[in-house]
Design a protein around this ligand. Structure first.
Ligand code: THU
Length: 129
């Protein structure tokens, strides 16, 4: 399994490819699954703002398109000078493919690695249907 630092580094590489001409916030996400495969995604904005995709959504889509459905860890980085955490909608998307062990990895502005469980960031997911 890749170390968190390597996962963050891959997220940072894909972040460079983001299409974010409106917000100027480039975001990259790297998902690693129990098989050890890694799926990357960046945000893709649109002139019709609600049509844009978050980086996590792109990475999760790549994972599902490859036939994998469990996230072991997901690393997220941005070019902003703050610790980026998944938006509410992306937390729900991450939750869909998470277990109680799934970890969300972020980086603080002073380059400290932070690790969260999905239950910490989304304590009350929508899960009854
Ligand atoms: N964004 C992400 O890619 N992931 C998040 O978790 C939060 C926000 C993107 C969406 C938009 O392109 C830009 O960041 C500014 O909101």
């Amino acid at each position: 399994m890749k170390k968190n630092q390597q996962l963050l580094s891959l997220a940072s590489d894909v972040m460079e490819k983001a299409y974010a001409p409106y917000s100027k916030l480039n975001v990259g996400a790297a998902v690693i699954t129990p098989t050890g495969n890694i799926y990357l995604g960046c945000n893709v904005e649109n002139i019709s703002y609600p049509c844009g995709n978050c980086a996590e959504t792109s990475a999760i889509s790549a994972m599902v398109a490859a036939g994998e459905y469990k996230i072991s860890r997901i690393a997220i980085v941005s070019n902003g000078n703050f610790e980026i955490k998944p938006c509410g909608a992306c937390l729900q998307r991450i939750k869909e493919f998470s277990t109680s062990k799934t970890e969300i990895i972020t980086l603080t502005p002073d380059n400290k690695i932070k690790t969260y469980k999905i239950s910490e960031l989304l304590p009350t997911p929508f899960e009854e249907f």
